[in-house]
Design a protein around this ligand. Structure first.
Ligand SMILES: Cc1ncc(COP(=O)(O)O)c(C=O)c1O
Length: 395
């Protein structure tokens, strides 16, 4: 009989030739993933920025059970009043600046980006979209059109027309935004590029230029959201507010959900007779995902998980700084990249980490750096243990 790895290879569509992971998952809890042999792994990736409150947080699991006992899917999005959606949207609105008061729920980050672009086009009646080199916004065709790495676009052309890709953190390039520009899509911290942090001056200038030209500023906070950088959203570090905010990943506490959020005035342009249901989703805002999301958000806030993010990041860095194989550590809160001196060694280091019970990875566009984005519930003791395992692997 074929073993589970052979069946996985044979029947699950493969997306990467990098073979080192393939952990045969038995369970996951807090910062840990366990395979079927009982081996424990510290997950420094949080399932790629999904588990800010940790895997299978009891409050999230309870909310899932309770909602599953009441109802699952009942109607396409936006037709019935589903209280898990309404409660979550109200809570988000209460936590966000005043103009971000209306939420459109979707299923994923890519869909949040697609919805945001469609909303911006509908509202501004313009077509030019501006995005940035090094940016990653998802795998659907609209999102691919605005990616900032040609390798990931070349096989899928023709893509969306009227897209301009500017240099990230280059203030001069902001001059290319004009009255013809529909929207600017940007990550506050570029994840795929290996934690490239926007300069404050650059983002503020960008915000001002968008306001001046009537261009909508769309922030992709799909990875940076929900406390990752020590604030609920990374834009709070910059004293700016977007016109549209895209969120997903940790939003669901482990369940699939995303959203684009804007003002009721902008959002109202989707509430149009021409045509009716011009932007629709069957499963967006699934009641179980919304219940899980609200529970995760409550944990994040009530357990003060954001308060210690900076101290935890500093502790991590104190263990790793000065290691002979590390060139640089970049971070904002627990959104961290460790750049190696020898980029060719990175696959080997990731493999060694797996062998030593530690999950880390490189970044989509950056093969020089290790990604360190642990669940925010990680304790100081666990940071010490994770650092030991990482140092052992680096050695
Ligand atoms: C910054 C950013 N935007 C968008 C996405 C796309 O999200 P999803 O994979 O949920 O479609 C990702 C996913 O990694 C991301 O990191």
């Amino acid at each position: 009989m074929e073993n589970s790895k052979e069946l996985f290879k044979k029947h699950i569509a493969q997306t990467s030739t990098f073979d080192a992971f393939q952990i045969d998952v038995a369970k996951a809890e807090g910062i840990y993933v366990y395979d079927k042999s009982g081996k424990q792994y510290i997950d420094l990736m949080s399932g790629i920025a999904v588990g800010n409150v940790g895997h299978c947080h009891p409050a999230v699991v309870k909310a899932i059970h309770e909602q599953a006992d009441k109802y699952l899917h009942v109607m396409v999005y936006g037709e019935f009043i589903e209280s898990p959606q309404v409660k979550l949207a109200k809570r988000l609105s209460d936590l966000l600046p005043g103009n971000l008061n209306m939420t459109f729920f979707v299923n994923s980050g890519s869909e949040a980006i697609e919805g945001a672009i469609k909303l911006a086009k509908k509202y501004t009646k313009r077509s030019e979209i501006i995005a940035f080199k090094g940016g990653y916004h998802g795998s659907t065709l609209g999102a691919v059109s605005i990616l900032g790495d040609e390798k990931y676009k070349q096989d899928f052309r023709p893509l969306l027309p009227d897209v301009k890709i500017l240099e990230f953190n280059n203030s001069n390039d902001i001059d290319q935004i004009t009255e013809k520009t529909c929207c600017v899509v940007i990550e506050v911290i570029q994840a795929g590029a290996g934690i490239r942090i926007a300069d404050k001056e650059f983002l503020q200038k960008l915000r001002n230029k968008c306001t001046k030209t009537g261009t909508l500023l769309i922030l992709d906070e799909i990875q940076t959201g929900f406390g990752r950088t020590g604030k609920l959203f990374a834009f709070e570090h910059y004293q700016i507010v977007p016109d549209i905010l895209c969120i997903a990943k940790s939003m669901g506490g482990g369940m699939p959900i995303g959203a684009f959020i804007s003002s009721n005035i902008i959002m109202d342009s989707l509430n149009d007779e021409h045509p009716l249901l011009g932007h629709a989703t069957t499963f967006g805002g699934h009641p179980v995902s919304c219940a899980a999301s609200l529970a995760a958000l409550n944990v994040l806030i009530e357990d003060n998980l954001m308060n210690d993010v900076d101290a935890k990041a500093t502790l991590f860095k104190s263990y790793l700084k000065g290691h002979q194989n590390i060139k640089e550590i970049r971070n904002l809160g627990l959104f961290m990249a460790i750049e190696l001196k020898d980029s060719k060694a990175i696959d080997k280091v990731v493999e060694r980490c797996i062998a030593n019970g530690l999950i880390t990875f490189w970044f989509l566009y950056n093969h020089d750096s290790l990604c360190i984005i642990p669940p925010l519930v990680i304790t100081n003791e666990e940071i010490k243990e994770a650092s030991n395992r990482l140092i052992k692997s680096l050695n």
